[in-house]
Design a binder for this molecule. Structure first.
Ligand code: INM
Ligand code: ZN
Length: 266
């Protein structure tokens, strides 16, 4: 069985037993209490800037905890906003719930969204590898994008979703070269909240500068259902067809504690 996951016997409330960092004071996600957000001058006109190539080859993999798209981030760059260096895109993935009224990891004044996209970058200016960066307090920069249910499919996400039937079981992967326009996976508004946090899954390293966009993007109910059809077990695990489905893979919020929550834009 999985040593951690999202079921009652291996879910977030049990992680600290095997992953002590999960009990730290700089954990993610958090509830974004908008009344606590400070808009001091440290971020004024320091908008977050990204440049992603339009056509790139990708590998999508079923990690057993969801899908993850590994990018070959050579000519990607994320800078500005709360970041002091240039970060490279390593991978992106998503968290969702069993129903549409849960699923995001960060919440806003207690409100959950149906899902949350994470674009994971690492500080390639300061560190020589992703793995090294993942052990440093300023090693990773993750962009969080809320996803709410809309009528229309998200065309860019559809390219990813069309590959999911090939990676239903844990460990399966699929190579794809589609021109993914990352810009359309991000909201129009660049307004965001930012705070210092962690990986939201074990080992829960406290190595992430979080930037969560205020404006959600939309995803259709059908597209979200495809996410929930992924399995957390391998093809060899003989289980009933309905068993082992990854219906939810989000960690509920942890206390912000005495961390500063900054915002940029109304
Ligand atoms: C110490 O090695 C870490 C191995 C690499 N990662 C593992 C995660 N659990 C993880 C979770 C992430 S999330 N949900 O906070 O974006 S990003 C990410 S990750 O940086 O890709
Ligand atoms: Zn994540």
């Amino acid at each position: 069985s999985l040593d951690w996951g999202y079921t009652d016997d291996n879910g977030p409330s049990t992680w600290a037993e095997k992953y002590p960092l999960a009990a730290g004071a700089r954990q993610s996600p958090v509830d974004i209490d908008t009344s606590k957000a400070t808009s001091d001058n440290s971020l004024v006109d320091r908008e977050i800037d990204w440049s992603y190539p339009s056509n790139c080859s990708y590998r999508i993999v079923n990690t057993g905890y969801g899908w993850r798209v590994d990018t070959y981030g050579d000519d990607t760059a994320l800078s500005g906003g709360p970041l002091s260096e240039v970060y490279k895109l390593e991978q992106f993935h998503c968290h969702w719930g069993a129903t549409n009224d849960e699923g995001s990891e960060h919440t806003v004044d207690g409100k959950s969204y149906a899902a949350e996209l994470h674009l994971v970058h690492w500080n390639s200016e300061k560190y020589s590898s992703f793995k090294e960066a993942a052990s440093q307090p300023d090693g990773l920069a993750v962009l969080g994008v809320f996803m709410e249910i809309g009528n229309a499919d998200n065309a860019e996400l559809e390219k990813i979703i069309s590959l999911i039937p090939k990676i239903i079981h844990k460990g399966q992967d699929s190579q794809a070269s589609f021109d993914l326009d990352f810009g359309s996976l991000l909201p129009e508004s660049k307004h965001y909240w930012t705070y210092l946090g962690s990986l939201t899954t074990p080992p829960c390293n406290e190595c992430v500068i979080w930037t969560v966009f205020k404006e959600p993007i939309t995803i259709s109910e059908r597209q979200l259902e495809v996410f929930r059809s992924l399995k957390s077990v391998g093809e060899e695990d003989a289980i009933e067809p309905e068993e082992g489905k990854l219906v939810k893979n989000y960690r509920p919020p942890l206390p912000l504690g005495n961390r500063v929550l900054r915002e940029c834009g109304p």
